[in-house]
Design a protein around this ligand. Structure first.
Ligand SMILES: Nc1ncnc2c1ncn2[C@@H]1O[C@H](COP(=O)(O)OP(=O)(O)O)[C@@H](O)[C@H]1O
Ligand SMILES: [Mg+2]
Length: 249
């Protein structure tokens, strides 16, 4: 079966500032792929390239053979419906209720014209993330972990096959973070979704990631892609060091 996403020779830069070069990998259907690496190595930048928000300096990102950076608006619109995103600062709109936040992508990009139907679907997404009771709540009333889960519900609004999460468990306490890991496993194991998760939370990486991609800040390219356990045992030294941080703490 063809991988949903193929990245080939991707080089990313801001003007003349090279961030990462020559990244080639695929995202496999039904996996949780972690993108890891030190702060500032280019993880969020990679995510923005994967979803077509930033244009590569070189190389390509393809969804089932179609270029996410195509200038054809119809291709863009079609591809963009295949994934949902939770950005690093995955803020909810504070002027809308939690439910309205989840309905927003449906209003903007969805097929359901009927408001009652959109509300019913949004409620379903909130139930999925354990927030069924909070449809009418104001985002400000939610805890940090609940906000993240609401943002994930919003990312799921259009039933994407692929979900991108940028640092979902950053800033959460271990228990809340573990609940989020369970949600990610549920998305993969029970709902058959593919999840790409930027993370430097080791517990989370080991708990949920099938494979992990390491972006090296020094050489400015990927130096490893394998299961976290294998990387810990036999990955390149900078990766093992990254994965061993927890033991020292
Ligand atoms: N809009 C931008 N313009 C110029 N440089 C940027 C911009 N956004 C991020 N950078 C720089 O690119 C590098 C990678 O950033 P980022 O992808 O956010 O890293 P990470 O998510 O791995 O912490 C950093 O050095 C950051 O300062
Ligand atoms: Mg980042």
């Amino acid at each position: 079966m063809e991988a949903p996403v193929q990245v080939e020779g991707l080089t990313m830069a801001y003007g003349r500032k090279l961030i990462q070069r020559d990244l080639s990998f695929e995202i496999r259907r039904g996996e949780v792929l972690a993108i890891m690496g030190g702060s500032g190595c280019g993880k969020s930048t990679l995510l923005r390239h994967l979803i077509g928000l930033q244009v590569p300096a070189a190389g390509s990102v393809r969804y089932g053979g179609e270029d996410i950076h195509s200038e054809d608006a119809a291709v863009q619109a079609r591809l963009r419906r295949r994934f949902g995103v939770m950005f690093q600062a995955g803020a909810l709109w504070s002027s809308m209720s939690v439910g309205e936040n989840v309905m927003l992508p449906m209003e903007l990009f969805g097929d359901h014209r009927d408001a009652a139907e959109r509300a019913r679907l949004a409620r379903g997404k909130l139930e999925l993330v354990g927030l069924g009771e909070h449809f009418d709540a104001e985002p400000a009333a939610l805890s940090g972990g609940m906000k993240k889960r609401a943002a994930i519900a919003r990312a799921l609004a259009l039933d994407p096959e692929l979900i991108y999460l940028d640092e979902p468990s950053a800033g959460l306490d271990p228990l809340t973070s573990a609940r989020l890991d369970d949600l990610i496993k549920h998305l993969r194991d029970d709902l058959g979704r593919t999840v790409v998760m930027v993370s430097h939370e080791l517990a989370s990486i080991f708990a949920v990631a099938d494979r992990a991609l390491f972006l090296d800040a020094q050489s400015k390219t990927m130096i490893a892609l394998d299961s976290p356990q294998r990387l810990l045992e036999q990955g390149p030294e900078p990766v093992r060091e990254f994965l061993r941080r927890g033991e020292k703490a």
